[in-house]
Design a protein around this ligand. Structure first.
Ligand code: SF4
Length: 402
């Protein structure tokens, strides 16, 4: 299915939910506590960029606003957003998001805007960072209770935990199976399943992922590579590649895509459209709405909900907006070396400062382990599609020659 097709499917799913009386809370930042909204009987829906919305100059935004933010803002000013009951902005992440949240409140006073402030630091000495975020989550929960008159219900929270866990378990298996055999299921199909769940996190969307994972489990069992897939999944979950076992004679080239808030589905469509390039060259993405959302640790329903949610969000694979560059680069080098990767595509959201700050370190880390890289700036409208395709194509050709 094309990127536009998936967007239409997601939009239709959202409209059905609203028609059935559900209330949607839009969110933008990948590390959002989905289970918290579900505990209050609300549906968290990831607001996505729309390629057909022109996101050119918008006088209300600061000049540093990235192309992602511009697209979202243009959707709102042209009334192309889904019918949201409220919208959550993150605080303390990047200037673009901070600016968008501030301007949104002023420009659209009729919208219910919520804020969640994230700690930047990775405090590994004690649990003060976790306690800080837990308190922020508790305050957000109190606001939801007051404003919507919907209290936090433990039963709904537990249901939310099961739903999100089902999604992540299935998606983790699909990601890991693709590392062992990228032809087992296409990258676009996995990206589509993940996208649909993050936009409309319903039982049907989680079941679709479970079904796909079950069918892939059968295929990998028949191929005799089930244990290889399990070893990769354990390595990606624990970020320890010591016991990874990959089969011999892997197809080449094998490419990893690094980056932040680039839309995985758009990337899949882009690669699919390049002539003579099999989509299976993409072995794994490390993107915010792909790998980082999927490999966020699950919650334990028997523990304090706010501390659990904080712990899970803080233990998710890190973003360029957070402290921990050194740890991210160590993980990247381990991953590239132990998963037999040949090339790294560094996709940067156009005008995204965090992506641009991190990219040189990624290039250096990859070069230290002998992996070729190329940097590709991408905007949500793929306004430079032809040039991007040529760059990716020539990069893949250099890998094939090697
Ligand atoms: S793409 Fe970059 S600048 Fe834009 S919102 Fe995301 S992290 Fe911030």
């Amino acid at each position: 299915m094309s990127n536009e097709g998936v967007i239409e499917q997601s939009t239709a799913g959202l409209m059905q939910l609203v028609a059935a009386g559900e209330e949607l809370i839009g969110y933008i930042y990948p590390h959002t506590p989905l289970e918290l909204f579900m505990a209050h009987g609300l549906i968290p829906s990831l607001i996505r960029t729309l390629p057909q919305v022109p996101s050119g100059f918008e006088a209300s935004l600061q000049t540093f606003a990235c192309s992602y933010i511009r697209n979202l803002y243009s959707q709102r000013t042209s009334n192309q957003m889904p019918p949201l009951t409220g919208i959550l902005f993150p605080s303390n992440t990047c200037d673009s998001l901070q600016n968008l949240g501030d301007i949104w409140r002023v420009r659209f006073p009729e919208d219910r805007v919520f804020r969640l402030t994230y700690p930047v630091t990775r405090n590994i000495i004690d649990d003060s960072t976790q306690r800080y975020l837990a308190e922020e989550l508790r305050l957000l929960s109190e606001s939801l209770t007051t404003i919507f008159e919907r209290p936090f219900l433990k039963e709904s929270y537990n249901r939310g935990i099961s739903l999100v866990r089902e999604f992540r378990e299935g998606a983790k298996f699909l990601y890991s199976a693709r590392v062992v055999n990228p032809k087992i299921i296409s990258y676009s199909d996995v990206a589509q399943l993940v996208r649909v769940f993050l936009t409309t996190p319903t039982a049907a969307a989680a079941s679709a992922i479970t079904e796909a994972a079950n069918s892939v489990k059968k295929m990998v069992t028949d191929l005799g590579i089930f244990e290889n897939v399990e070893s990769v999944m354990t390595a990606l979950v624990n970020r320890d590649f010591e016991n990874v076992q990959l089969p011999e004679n892997l197809d080449a080239p094998r490419v990893v895509v690094a980056g932040g808030m680039i839309e995985p589905q758009a990337l899949g469509t882009l690669i699919k459209d390049i002539p003579d390039i099999p989509e299976s060259v993409i072995t794994l993405d490390l993107l915010s709405f792909g790998f980082k959302s999927v490999f966020t640790p699950p919650l334990d329903e028997s523990e304090d909900p706010f501390m659990e949610m904080a712990k899970s969000l803080l233990a998710a694979p890190g973003e360029p907006t957070q402290e921990g560059l050194k740890h991210r680069m160590i993980f990247l080098k381990d991953l590239l070396t132990n998963l037999s990767i040949h090339g790294l595509l560094i996709c940067e959201q156009s005008f995204c400062d965090p992506d641009q700050f991190e990219a040189p370190s990624i290039e250096r880390a990859a070069s230290e382990v002998g992996i070729k890289t190329t940097r590709i700036p991408i905007d949500p409208e793929l306004s430079d599609k032809a040039r991007i395709e040529v760059r990716i194509q020539s990069f893949l050709e250099t890998l094939t020659e090697r």
